[in-house]
Structure formats: structure tokens, C-alpha cells
Design a protein around this ligand. Structure first.
Ligand code: GDP
Length: 301
């Protein structure tokens, strides 16, 4: 994929270098491979797991050439990525599991949360769905303004209140309005302040509780947005958010401008939460529905 060019080149060249000039997999190849994976931001824990699995295969099959190594590496990496549970996996144009389908979007400021919401709104709208946005990040005036711009771009309505108003009140208004308008999809933006974990947890819980007064099983999805170009920082953020609320899906942004795409593997493996979307640019069209097979394939071929 064009958007993933840099990630791919980086990943592939590191692996190629690790096994260059070698015909069989020995200690040195494994050492080089370990270094290459860490360098591609796969993360220590996930790298150790991958190397472990390959060592076991080498021990079992006695002899392994580097072409076989490449294949095994692809298989092992693919098996580490989690599939979305079927209730949560959908295409933009397929029928959604409930109506309205409420997606609460969480993540730290600057990761591309608003942009991702805009892209999702555009994609759902293009597929013929009625979309409604809720601007529940009321702490920054810029957040509401940005979301308003995206609502205009995507051609979908938005529910907002004054800056500083209660985020839960905005969420409540949004779901209520969505029900009365007959919206198919409701996307709720939330504030991404991480400085106080207890506060974050409390705020997200309150938004949930309030929404559930209108739609008892909302939110149907909690989408965590992470910036793929921040490497291991993204992992730290995932730790905080998964501790604060029940995250059901992940979107990883900015994979176009980075060589750090290995973080996708680290996140998917460590948190066992499906990566559903990847952002590969700033424009409305630059959102891909994540497919683990295609992703791994694009890293290696
Ligand atoms: P928020 O604070 O999390 O809502 O972040 P924004 O949505 O405002 O995005 C922050 C910046 O990242 C903006 O300049 C976006 O254009 C940019 N951005 C968002 N997603 C992507 C992406 O997938 N690729 C690139 N290259 N830039 C992105």
C-alpha cells in the first residue's frame, strides 16, 4: 500500500540486513533479527516472543534456511495479530450490529483523534449511513472547532455545546438527538487528558453512564486512537486507556510518515485488542480498514 511505503521499507530492509549473506538460521541471525525487530519498534516483549517461537522452530526442524525464516516470521507475526470479534467487525457499507451504533472515541490530544472521527464520518456517510458527531471534548475550544470543520467536510451534523460544558451532557444530547433523528452511527469525541488517571476513568465512566440512560448497551464500541509515529509512547498510552476504560478497538494514525510501523504488532500483541483502522495521511480518504493479512503481506512483499 502506498501509504505504508516507509513503514514497509524500514521493516523489510532491517530484516533483510539481519539475514544478509546467511543461508541458515544460527545464533547470529537470531541476534540480528532481534535487533532489527526492536529497531522497527516492535517492542521488547513482542520481539522476545517472536524470537522464542522461531528458536523453537529451529530446534524442532534442525535446519532452517533464511527463506523459510522469512515465511515463518510472516506466519508468527500474523498469528499474533488479533481478529476483531465478529460482532464488532464491519465494513462501512454493511449493516451495523445495532442502530444507532455508538462509537466513543478516546485518545490523547494530538494523536489524530479528530481527524480519525472525520475520516470515519466521511466513510460511513459515503456508504449511505446517517452519521451524527458529538463534540464531548469540551475542554479545548480548538477541539470543538476542529470537529465542526470535519463535520462540514464530511457533510454530517454535529451536536455541540459551549466550551467548558459537561462532556457527559454533550454525550447525552448527542445520543438522544441521534435516536430521534434515526442516525445509523454516532461518533462521540472525548477529551484526552492523561495527567490524572482517576479523573480520566471517572470522566469516561460518567459519559458511559449518561449515554446508557438513552441506549442501555451504548457505547457499542470504544475506539482508542494512537499515533503510530510515537513508537513506544503509543504503548504507554494504550496501557493507561485500557486501564481507565473498556477499549474494544484501536486506530493507529500517521503510519504514512513513519518508519515505526512495527508498533502495530507490539500494540496488537500486547493488548489483544483488534486494530481496526490505520491512518495513512491527513485527508478524508486516508483511512484504511485494517486487515492483518494484507498488513503483514505489505510488510514483507
Ligand atoms: P487530536 O488532537 O487527537 O484530535 O488530533 P488531530 O486530529 O487534530 O490531528 C493532529 C495532527 O495530526 C493534524 O495536523 C492532522 O492533520 C495530523 N494527522 C492525523 N492523522 C494523520 C495521519 O494518519 N497521517 C498524517 N500524516 N497526519 C495525520
Amino acid at each position: 500500500d502506498q501509504g505504508l511505503q516507509q513503514t514497509k521499507e524500514n521493516f523489510l530492509s532491517k530484516i533483510t540486513k539481519a539475514i544478509a549473506g546467511k543461508s541458515t538460521v544460527d545464533e547470529e541471525v537470531l541476534d540480528n533479527l532481534e535487533e532489527a525487530l526492536v529497531g522497527a519498534d516492535v517492542g521488547i516483549d513482542t520481539t522476545v516472543q517472536i524470537i522464542d517461537r522461531i528458536e523453537k522452530r529451529v530446534a524442532k526442524d534442525k535446519y532452517l534456511n533464511t527463506t523459510e525464516l522469512n515465511n515463518i516470521l510472516q506466519q508468527e507475526i500474523e498469528s499474533m495479530l488479533v481478529d476483531a470479534p465478529s460482532a464488532n467487525s464491519y465494513a462501512f457499507d454493511s449493516e451495523l450490529p445495532s442502530r444507532p451504533y455508538v462509537i466513543m472515541v478516546v485518545g490523547v490530544n494530538g494523536v489524530g483523534k479528530t481527524t480519525t472521527i472525520g475520516k470515519l464520518a466521511h466513510n460511513f456517510n459515503k456508504a449511505g449511513k446517517n452519521v451524527l458527531l458529538g463534540a464531548a471534548d469540551t475542554f479545548r475550544a480548538a477541539a470543538v472547532d476542529q470537529l465542526t470543520i470535519w463535520s462540514e467536510r464530511a457533510g454530517v451534523p454535529i451536536v455541540k455545546q459551549d466550551m467548558g460544558s459537561d462532556p457527559a451532557a454533550v454525550a447525552f444530547d448527542t445520543v438522544q438527538s441521534g435516536v430521534s433523528r434515526g442516525s445509523d452511527v454516532i461518533l462521540i469525541d472525548t477529551a484526552g487528558r492523561l495527567h490524572n488517571k482517576a479523573h480520566l476513568m471517572e470522566e469516561l465512566s460518567k459519559i458511559r453512564r449518561v449515554m446508557q440512560k438513552v441506549i442501555p448497551d451504548a457505547p457499542h464500541e470504544v475506539l482508542l486512537v494512537l499515533d503510530g509515529s510515537t513508537g513506544q509512547n503509543a504503548l504507554e498510552q494504550a496501557k493507561h486507556f485500557t486501564a481507565a476504560t473498556d477499549v474494544t478497538a484501536i486506530a493507529i494514525t500517521k503510519l504514512d510518515g513513519t518508519a515505526k510501523g512495527g508498533v502495530v504488532l507490539a500494540i496488537a500483541n500486547q493488548f489483544k485488542i483488534p486494530v481496526k483502522f490505520i491512518g495513512v495521511g491527513e485527508k478524508m480518504e486516508d483511512l484504511l480498514v485494517f486487515n492483518k493479512h494484507e498488513f503483514v503481506d505489505s510488510l514483507f512483499n
